[in-house]
Design a protein. Sequence first.
Length: 466
Amino acid sequence: MKLTQSNNLEYIFHPNSIAFAGVSRTGQALLENHLTSGFKGNMYPISRTLTEVLGLQCYTDIKEIPDQVDYVWATIPAQATPQFVQDCVTKGVKVVSFFTAGFSEKDEEGAKLEAEIVQIARRGGMRILGPNCMGIYCPSTGLTFAHGLPQQSGSVGFICQSGGNSIYGVRAAVARGAYFSKTISYGNACDINECELFEYLALDPETKIITAYIEGIKDRRRFFKLLREVTKVKPVIVLKGGHTAPGAATATAHTGAIPFTTKNWNAHMKRAGAIQVYSVDEMVDVVLPLIHMSPPQGRNACIIGLGGGASVISADHCVRAGLSVPPLPEKIIQKIGEFILNPAGKIFVNPIDPQFAPGGLTDITRTIADWDGIDMLFLRLPHNLTPFYRDPGRKALDMMISLAKESSKPTAIILDHVATPEATQVFLERQQLCGDAGVVSFPSVKRAANAMSKFIQYHQRRSESA
């Protein structure tokens, strides 16, 4: 199968006008989001009871709108959708995104209703996104499905069958310096489905990395063939919902997804060369090095940070993830010993637990980075609870950010934190600082090691296929 432009969906991401049907609390929130998101086209609220919403004139019917309508966001009751879809076809609408639920995920009657609206739309040459979905977030055009999402566009495309996961995924990634070209919450996928979305993002010049949360597949044969082609041109990270029996049952109730055996799924992902993850947070973990890092030349890691017990556990996490933690040679130990205030009780193997003199972190890190025996560095910044350590901790972080940006080896910052309100707030602030600086950060060595291992494996597979 070759990637083609035959199913080009460009028009659904660049509408000149949007109508919001059913301006209830949810519909009004969607309208309000677009008033502040930078969308420059015309917006038309539709309501049978209101004459004005947020300063905009309301229309009782989409056919009453005097101008062309390209995109409709609908939050109307499920039983009203067949007539509404017909009215949209008559109006010449290009795509309707249904936030509305109560279709194939509900019962047999809902499935029949879903099939009916698809039939009406296809006869009229109109597309449907959803139903039971949040719709589209496209920063470059101001389309958005949640309050406060950034207008800054990025290189990550996100195909997501869950509305909640789509919002959480965007927010979690943005907080760590990863921005999106397009995010599509597509729900039940009655018309526009994962295959079309994958093919579109594979050919989209704004998208460099494709991520996906999938519960079910409409056309399995086409999907797996397509995935093998997409992974040849861009990294693909896939989170499959419903690997377990309870998870699969929940997925069916959520989006009407048909269960898929884990064994078959894993085999297909491996064959295609996709990166498998098992949570939205892990998806973001793997995205970050793909954006900001060149691939390490090997699997040898060095960890630098305070805390003996934490250092021991960090080494274990790295090895379990498939990384190596080689001991430092004597010449390196002697060299870094020059930058230590008090060597008593400190660890000079790997991980390194030093009590360094002012500027010592810089000297130690540069010394380790210049050693051919390691391929990547983890700089661990613990979060102390006392206010006394807040400012010195910020200075240490600024130093680590500079070191990560100048290092000759891929370098990540580990923001270990203690679960107290104060420490959590400090952690979030520092995570944002790393993201704003374009530096990869992780909340633990465990997550860093896992992400870097998958990052390395992806590049090894690419190299082998080439």
